[in-house]
Design a protein around this ligand. Structure first.
Ligand code: F6P
Length: 197
């Protein structure tokens, strides 16, 4: 039976400075995660399935491709639909900067994080809509490993776990953790492996 693996990209330079969006490179620690990832995948496949061929999907952003770069699989695909939530005018800012510059927006987002759309950017609802083709394609495929971003992963995870999408903006999807989903008839089995780096 097929599985789907999910991971956030390794820690990026922007994660270190607390800036959102952007197209930053991985930090040193993020790079260590990228190097460790092939081993985590093997561990999660188990000895009897270690030769299983995965297809790796990333976003078009450097930090997801750098995270995928040590994986030994030939099929790697980049999807624009897997790019991080577009923060529009707030791209590159920290949450503190947003709160100072756009206090009303900051509050509006806290009041309804699912519907709040960044000025010139996106809401979680917008992400759910752009993920539709990804989900359709996923349902047709075998063994896919998706390396993407916090907001996008929350929406994908909520979809597979049958969590209402309105709750997805608050879900915790930690860095440096490989999540394996095994969809079954009535439920999805989940196992996650945290990299110790
Ligand atoms: O901080 C990392 C990040 O991926 C940002 O690029 C993005 O705006 C944010 O997380 C999404 O999380 P939240 O919706 O909780 O702000």
């Amino acid at each position: 039976p097929r599985s789907i693996w999910l991971s956030r990209h390794g820690e990026s330079q922007y994660n270190l400075t607390g800036q959102i969006g952007g197209d930053a490179d991985l930090s040193e620690r993020g790079m260590r995660y990228a190097k460790r990832l092939p081993e985590l995948v093997l561990k999660s496949l188990g000895e009897e399935n270690k030769h299983t061929n995965l297809t790796v999907w990333t976003s078009t952003m450097k930090r997801t491709q750098q995270t995928a770069s040590f994986l030994p699989y030939k099929k790697k695909l980049q999807w624009k639909a897997l790019d991080e939530l577009d923060a529009g005018e707030c791209d590159g800012m920290t949450y503190e900067e947003i709160e100072q510059k756009f206090p009303e927006d900051f509050k509006a987002r806290d009041d309804n994080k699912y519907e709040y759309r960044y000025r010139g950017g996106e809401s979680y609802r917008d992400i759910v809509i752009r993920l539709e083709p990804i989900i359709m394609e996923l349902e047709r495929q075998e063994n896919i490993l998706i390396i993407t971003h916090q907001a996008v992963l929350r929406c994908l995870y909520a979809y597979f776990m049958n969590v209402p999408q309105e709750e997805s903006p608050w879900m915790s999807i930690p860095l440096h953790t490989l999540i394996k989903l095994e969809p079954r008839a009535y439920l999805t089995l989940v196992t996650s492996i945290k990299a110790d780096i």
